[in-house]
Design a protein around this ligand. Structure first.
Ligand code: C2E
Ligand code: MG
Ligand code: MG
Length: 722
C-alpha cells in the first residue's frame, strides 16, 4: 500500500466533554463567543500538555518558509527573518499581531486566530500590512495550531501575494461575469485557495444562507454551522482541502439568523490542481423545505428522519434510541372506499395523536403511504420501549371521524433498537421496516403485531463492516494516530502508542471499537495488524530522518488475540523491522490479558519468539482481565499498562476508595517483577502527580496529549529536540 509522503493533519476522533485535551482545547460549541484568554487565566487543562524543551530554533515553522508564531494571548513570540523583511518593520516579537495589520481586517483576523487556537484546525487568512518603503503589501497566511511548554499558539506561514499571480488575476477578472450570469442561482458557490484567495463566485448568500454578502466568508459559514454538525463538517472540509481531486457531499445545518436552522446540502471539491480553478470549490444549497416536509401531514419525511438517525449515530449517543414504524392497518381500506381525501385526513389526525406522545428531541415522520415513524431517544431500558409501544397501541382505540363515518384502525409496529450498533441510518430504517413487514405478515395469520428486530437482523451491520473493511484495507482508508507516552518524572516524551482509525470516505472517522471486533471475527485482523506494524515502523523511521531525538523513541503497537494465535505475526514484525531498519527494542507490542488466556499456549509461544527478536511486550489494560500472578510469570512481558479504569475511570485513583490501593498494588507488583509500568488514561495533573508519587514510571492520557495525526506527532518530537 502506498502512503502519500506528506499526510494530512489528522484530528482524532471527535472529542466528548469528558475527553477535553490540553492539545485539543475544546469542543465545537461556542467558538464565536469565546475570547482568547491569556495563559494566566487559562485553566491548567488548557495550557499544560507535555513538558517540552524550548521551541525549535531558526524559522518557527522549521520548514524555512516565512513564518511567525503567535502565543495564545496574541503576542508574537517568534519571527523568521524573511517575515521581518517582508513586513519591513522593526522588532516584531512582543507585539500584538493583529495590531500590525490593516485596521479593517483586524477583527476578522482575530476571529480566525481564535478559531485556529480553540478548534485546533488549520485556517487561511489574508491581510494587508503597510510597509514603510513599499507601501501596502498583501499577504496570505496558512495558520496552524501549535502547542508546547508555553501553552498553545498559532503558527502563520506567510506568502506575499502583493504581486498577484497570473492565476489570481485571471480568476478575479472572471468573477463579476460569472456572478452576473448566475445572479438568480439558488446555489452559493465559493472558491477558496491559497493562491487565488477567497471568492464568492455565484449566488446570493443573503437569500440562500441569510448571511450578508459583505460579512460572508468560509470562516463565517463555519461559525454558523450547528454545533452538533460542526466537527463532522469541518473534518470533511479539512479532508477535501488536503486531498486534490477529492469531492465530498454532505449535509449540515446552519443558523438561519432567527430561532431555527437551515438544512444545507454541500458539495465540496478540491480542484487545486485544475489550472482553471486552483482552489477548493464549495457549493451550498438550502434544502430545508425539500428536506423536511411531507406535504400532506406537514411532518418530517423520510429524508429528514434518516438525517436525524444519522445524527444520533454520529453523536454516539450514550442512551439508546428506537425507531418505530407504525402502520395504520385500515388506511388502504379508507382510501379505497372513502377516497384519498379521507385517507389523507386519517394520516394527519393520527400524526397529531402520535405527536401527543413525543418527548423533547423525538421525531415523528411520515415514511410511507400508510406508515408513520417515531424516533424515540433517551431510552434506558427495554421496559421503556415496551411502555412506549403500549402507549402507541392505545392510540388504536381512538376512533377517526372520516367523511361522517366513525371508524377505528388497528396498528402494526416494527421496531429497530440502537443497541444493534448501527453505522448507517439506512440500516436502522431498513431493520425497522423489515420488522414492520414481519409484524404485518404475522398479523395476517393472527399473530402478534409487534416484532422486534434485535435478533432478526443481528448480522446486517457486521456484514456491511466486513465488506467495507476489505475496501478500507486495500484503498488505504486506515490511518494511525499516535498518542504520546511520557516519563512521568520530567514529562519527557518516551514514545507513542499507535492507534488505528478508519477514515471512512462517507461516514467520517471510526474508532477501533467500531470495527476491530468484526476484523477479529472475520480474520481480517491479521492483515490489518501486519499493516499497523509496518506503518508504525515506517513512521518511526520517517520521524528519525526529521529529528535526531526520534532515534530514542519507542513505538507501541496493539496486538489482539487472533493475531497472537497466528504465526504470521512474528514474520510481520521481523519484516517491518528489517524493511525500515528499526532497532527491535524500539518496538513494543501491547497485548491484553484476555487475548493471552484465549489461547495461552499459542500466545506464549508467539510472544517468546517476538521477544527473541528483541521486541518488547507490554500487558495492556492490566487489572481488568484475569489479573493473576500466574500469567505474569508464564508470559514473557516487559511492562504493565495500568488500565485507565484505575486512573480516570470508575475505579479512579483519586475518585474511588479502591483505586489508589489497586494502582499501588500494580506498581509494587511490577517493581518486584522488574517490569516497567505505564499508566493509561491520565486526564488531570492530579492523577499524574498521584501516579508519580506511587513510583509509576510512564504515563499516557489526554492530559499529556490525545492521539495525534502524524504531522502533529512529528511537531511534538521536533520540539523535544530544541
Ligand atoms: P488501548 O490499547 O488500551 O488504547 C488506549 C485507548 O485509550 C485509546 O483508545 C486511547 O485513545 C484511549 N485513551 C488515551 N488516553 C485517554 C484518556 O486520558 N482518557 C480516556 N478516557 N481514554 C484515553 P482507542 O484509540 O479508541 O483504542 C481502543 C482500543 O482499541 C485500544 O485500547 C486497543 O486495545 C485497540 N486498538 C487500537 N488500535 C489497534 C490496532 O492497531 N490493533 C489492535 N489489535 N488493536 C488496536
Ligand atoms: Mg494499547
Ligand atoms: Mg489499554
Amino acid at each position: 500500500m502506498i502512503e502519500p509522503d506528506s499526510e494530512p493533519l489528522e484530528p482524532d476522533l471527535l472529542p466528548t466533554d469528558k475527553d477535553r485535551s490540553p492539545l485539543g482545547v475544546d469542543g465545537p460549541a461556542d467558538i464565536s463567543t469565546k475570547s482568547m484568554k491569556p495563559p494566566s487565566e487559562q485553566s491548567e487543562q488548557e495550557t499544560v500538555e507535555i513538558q517540552l524543551t524550548g521551541p525549535a530554533s531558526g524559522s518557527p515553522s522549521g520548514s524555512g518558509a516565512p513564518a511567525l508564531h503567535i502565543r495564545s494571548d496574541g503576542l508574537i513570540d517568534e519571527v523568521s527573518d524573511e517575515v521581518a523583511e517582508l513586513f519591513g518593520m522593526g522588532p516584531l516579537t512582543g507585539q500584538h499581531f493583529v495590531d500590525i495589520v490593516d485596521e479593517e481586517e483586524q477583527e476578522s483576523l482575530e476571529r480566525l486566530l481564535r478559531l485556529v487556537l480553540e478548534m485546533r484546525r488549520e485556517g487561511l487568512a489574508e491581510f494587508s500590512i503597510y510597509h514603510p518603503e513599499r507601501g501596502t503589501q498583501r499577504f496570505s497566511a496558512e495558520a496552524y495550531p501549535t502547542s508546547g511548554a508555553d501553552g498553545v499558539g498559532v503558527l502563520l506561514e506567510i506568502t506575499d501575494i502583493t504581486d498577484k499571480s497570473e492565476a489570481r488575476k485571471r480568476i478575479e477578472s472572471m468573477i463579476p461575469w460569472v456572478r452576473a450570469i448566475t445572479r438568480d442561482s439558488d446555489e452559493v458557490i465559493l472558491l477558496v485557495g491559497p493562491e487565488v484567495g477567497e471568492h464568492l463566485v455565484s449566488g446570493s448568500t443573503r437569500t440562500v444562507l441569510g448571511i450578508d454578502e459583505k460579512q460572508f466568508s468560509l470562516l463565517h459559514l463555519r461559525n454558523a454551522i450547528h454545533p452538533e454538525d460542526q466537527m463532522r463538517t469541518m473534518l470533511a472540509f479539512e479532508e477535501v482541502k488536503e486531498n486534490p481531486g477529492n469531492v465530498a457531499r454532505l449535509k449540515f445545518r446552519t443558523d438561519d439568523g432567527a430561532d431555527g436552522w437551515l438544512h444545507i446540502e454541500a458539495q465540496v471539491s478540491n480542484r487545486t490542481t485544475d489550472p482553471d480553478v486552483r482552489g477548493v470549490v464549495y457549493m451550498l444549497r438550502d434544502v430545508t423545505e425539500r428536506t423536511i416536509r411531507d406535504p400532506v401531514t406537514g411532518l418530517p419525511n423520510r429524508v429528514l428522519l434518516l438525517d436525524r438517525v444519522e445524527q444520533l449515530i454520529a453523536a454516539r449517543a450514550k442512551s439508546s434510541y428506537a425507531l418505530l414504524i407504525i402502520g395504520l392497518d385500515r388506511l388502504p381500506f379508507v382510501r379505497g372506499t372513502l377516497g384519498p381525501a379521507a385517507a389523507d385526513a386519517m394520516v394527519s389526525v393520527f400524526g397529531e395523536r402520535l405527536l401527543g406522545l413525543v418527548e423533547a428531541g423525538w421525531t415523528v415522520a411520515r415514511t410511507g403511504e400508510a406508515e408513520l415513524a417515531l424516533l424515540a431517544t433517551g431510552l434506558h431500558s427495554n421496559q421503556e420501549v415496551r411502555g412506549l409501544v403500549e402507549r402507541i397501541g392505545k392510540l388504536s382505540e381512538q376512533s377517526f371521524n372520516l367523511a361522517k363515518q366513525e371508524l377505528v384502525s388497528s396498528l402494526t409496529i416494527g421496531i429497530a433498537l440502537s443497541t444493534r450498533g448501527y453505522l448507517v441510518g439506512r440500516s436502522m430504517l431498513h431493520d425497522a421496516q423489515t420488522a414492520f413487514e414481519r409484524a404485518r405478515e404475522k398479523a395476517a395469520t393472527g399473530g402478534r403485531q409487534v416484532a422486534n428486530t434485535q435478533v432478526l437482523n443481528q448480522n446486517v451491520d457486521r456484514v456491511q463492516i466486513e465488506t467495507e473493511l476489505y475496501r478500507a484495507l486495500s484503498e488505504g482508508e486506515l490511518r494511525l494516530n499516535y498518542q504520546p507516552i511520557v516519563t512521568l518524572q520530567d514529562g519527557k516524551l518516551r514514545g507513542f502508542e499507535a492507534l488505528v482509525r478508519w477514515k471512512h470516505p462517507e461516514r467520517g472517522l471510526f474508532g477501533p471499537e467500531r470495527f476491530l471486533s468484526v476484523a477479529e471475527e472475520s480474520g481480517q485482523i491479521v492483515a490489518l495488524g501486519a499493516w499497523v506494524i509496518d506503518r508504525a515502523c515506517a513512521r518511526l523511521k520517517r520521524w528519525e530522518k526529521y529529528t535526531g531525538f526520534a532515534a530514542d523513541l519507542q513505538m507501541a503497537v496493539n496486538v489482539s488475540a487472533r493475531q497472537l494465535g497466528d504465526v504470521g505475526i512474528v514474520g510481520a514484525v521481523e519484516q517491518a523491522l528489517l524493511t525500515h531498519r528499526i532497532q527491535p527494542g524500539r518496538l513494543k507490542l501491547e497485548v491484553t490479558e484476555t487475548a493471552l488466556i484465549q489461547n495461552p499456549e499459542a500466545a506464549a509461544a508467539t510472544l517468546r519468539r517476538v521477544r527473541q527478536l528483541g521486541v518488547e511486550v507490554a500487558l495492556d489494560d492490566f487489572g481488568t482481565g484475569y489479573c493473576s500472578l500466574a500469567y505474569l510469570t508464564k508470559f514473557p512481558v516487559d511492562a504493565l499498562k495500568i488500565d485507565r479504569e484505575f486512573v480516570s475511570g470508575t475505579e479512579g485513583i483519586l475518585t474511588s476508595e479502591r483505586g489508589e490501593p489497586l494502582a499501588r498494588a500494580i506498581v509494587d507488583l511490577a517493581r518486584s517483577l522488574k517490569l516497567d509500568v505505564v499508566a493509561e488514561g491520565i486526564e488531570t495533573q492530579e492523577q499524574a502527580a498521584a501516579l508519580t508519587s506511587l513510583g509509576c514510571k510512564y504515563g499516557q492520557g489526554y492530559y499529556f496529549g490525545r492521539p495525534l495525526g502524524p504531522r502533529l506527532a512529528r511537531d511534538l518530537i521536533a520540539r523535544q529536540d530544541g
